[in-house]
Design a protein around this ligand. Structure first.
Ligand code: ADP
Length: 172
């Protein structure tokens, strides 16, 4: 299982996989952070397709093409804004990962790369967010044998360390 999970430090827009995940906002019309980077790299065709989707509620996910990205698809998911942890944030974040894996499965995708959803502007604390990501990756690998590779892209060296440390605890 461990060999199917990779932690990569860097820019998710450069990763060649079947789908990269976008930490979008509920309008799906672009924003800052990783969302802005993905739209810049994919080109205006991505925004045009996103306009047809009618937004996306928190915890859910929608799939589009990848256009000028090396990735074939983008799975847009809307993470929760952190309000202190008492407003269902953990379940919503878990639901983001589950819905991304479900869409990957339904579309026959075998490799997927995630950013650290909600841990930027949305303020979700990094360690617990990382634990949820890895727990859901473990569950997805257990139930989807066709899933070949899950990449977690950490934007900083510090974030990559958090993933590695959490991996020791979560993934046998
Ligand atoms: P959110 O609104 O869900 O918090 P952000 O885009 O603000 O989304 O941040 C999510 C995470 O993505 C943060 O950990 C941030 O450091 C990271 N990030 C920002 N740009 C990139 C990128 N180009 N590639 C990978 N990760 C990125």
């Amino acid at each position: 299982m461990r060999d199917k999970i990779e932690i990569v430090q860097g820019d998710i827009t450069k990763v060649t996989v079947d789908a990269i995940v976008n930490a979008a906002n509920s309008s799906l019309l672009g924003g800052g952070g990783v969302d802005g980077a993905i739209h810049r790299a994919a080109g205006p065709e991505l925004l045009a397709e996103c306009r047809t989707l009618g937004g996306c509620p928190t915890g859910e996910a929608k799939i589009t093409g990848g256009y000028r990205l090396p990735a074939q698809h983008v799975i847009h998911t809307v993470g929760p804004v952190w309000h202190g942890g008492g407003r269902g944030e953990a379940e919503q974040l878990r639901s983001c990962y589950r819905n991304c894996f479900r869409l990957a499965h339904e579309n026959g995708l075998t490799s997927i790369a995630f950013p650290a959803i909600s841990t930027g502007v949305y303020g979700y604390p990094k360690r617990p967010a990382c634990r949820i990501a890895l727990e859901e990756a473990k569950a997805a690998l257990a139930s989807c044998p066709e899933l070949r590779k899950i990449i977690f892209t950490a934007f900083s060296a510090e974030d990559a360390d958090i993933y590695r440390e959490t991996m020791q605890e979560v993934v046998a």
